[in-house]
Ligand binder design. Structure first.
Ligand code: GDD
Ligand code: MG
Length: 289
């Protein structure tokens, strides 16, 4: 099975980190985010990964080399345009993933549900308290999608099931995506598919979008080993306190520094007396957010 991963977004909510490193390459528990995501996909039978790249494609390609395939957009095509562009040569059922979601969703079960429904597209769902930062998906009997509303205004949503950012597509759906301009799969393609072969599937398990400062920190806390993770190439001086935190390669914590439930990015230098709680620390030894 082939998976197209959308990794071309600018990661604006994670600036300034994403000014030099694209969101999929940001470290989660000291490994680039994409390594975690691709590991999950491979464990669920994905044998070809096509990366749909745009913004800052080069660091991704340099890291993964021939292990993956790359479709680099000449200009941002939006999520829908990017899928059409990257899947241009795919003529079988395929998977699409947002390149900023970590989940242990059972892909096999998602694909099986798609086939059982004879669906043209199937969206994996997740439940959240407040859908306003996501795509709200309203379903009817047997998983049929009755409405897809991207980023519903806060306080207006009456259901809590959201688009989890993993889809199964039949290749015929690509023809619904206009060419020659940016197209959002969430705002244009899914609403058009409502009542025309669009189904949803509710998965179990862990799910996290790493796209905001709070969720980037939370993802690190969830994916580090219990107690924390210090890269062997970090220097923790005697008298520094590092508790339940992730410390990257080349980071240095001076004696008397105290870091708890935080991420110290690679190469960061934390001075004596600095105190960080639930924060992400950049190279200059200051909180990024
Ligand atoms: N190639 C390419 N080109 N990729 C893009 C583009 C583009 O023009 N625009 C966005 N992407 C990629 C991003 O890199 C990201 O991996 C994915 O598409 C989704 O974009 P985000 O900017 O992260 O969207 P979001 O988090 O606000 O919302 C999306 O994800 C939610 C789940 O986390 C939507 O799909 C929501 O409906 C969904 O609930
Ligand atoms: Mg996102």
């Amino acid at each position: 099975m082939i998976a197209v991963l959308l990794v071309g977004g600018e990661g604006t909510r994670l600036r300034p980190l994403t000014e030099w490193l694209p969101k999929p390459m940001l470290p989660i528990a000291n490994r680039p985010f994409l390594e975690h995501q691709i590991g999950q996909l491979r464990g669920h039978g994905i044998d070809r990964v096509v990366l749909s790249c745009g913004y800052l494609a080069e660091p991704i390609r340099e890291h993964f080399g021939d292990e993956l395939e790359y479709a680099v957009e000449p200009e941002p095509l939006g999520t829908g345009g990017a899928i059409r562009f990257a899947a241009a040569n795919i003529d079988e059922t395929f998977v699409v993933c947002n390149g900023d979601v970590l989940t242990d969703l059972d892909l096999g079960a998602l694909i099986a549900a798609h086939r059982d429904h004879g669906a043209r597209a199937t969206i994996a769902l997740h439940r959240v308290a407040d859908p306003s930062a996501y795509g709200l998906v309203r379903t009817g009997q047997d998983g049929v999608v009755n409405a897809f509303v991207e980023k519903p205004p806060p306080g207006t949503a009456d259901v809590h099931t959201i688009n989890a950012g993993t889809y199964v597509f039949e290749p015929e759906v690509l023809e619904l995506i206009p060419t020659g301009r940016a197209v959002s799969v969430e705002r244009e393609v899914f609403p058009e598919l409502v009542g025309a072969g669009l189904f949803a599937f509710t998965g179990e398990g862990r799910w996290r979008d790493i796209g905001t400062p709070a969720s980037y920190l939370a993802a690190n806390m969830e994916w580090m080993p219990a107690g924390g993770l210090v890269d062997p190439a970090a220097v923790i001086e005697a008298g520094a306190d590092v508790t339940e935190s992730v410390v990257g390669a080349g980071a240095r914590l001076a004696s008397g520094a105290s870091v708890r439930r935080s991420v110290v990015l690679p190469g960061a230098s934390v001075e004596a007396g600095a105190v960080f709680r639930d924060q992400v620390v950049g190279r200059d030894g200051r909180a990024v957010w």
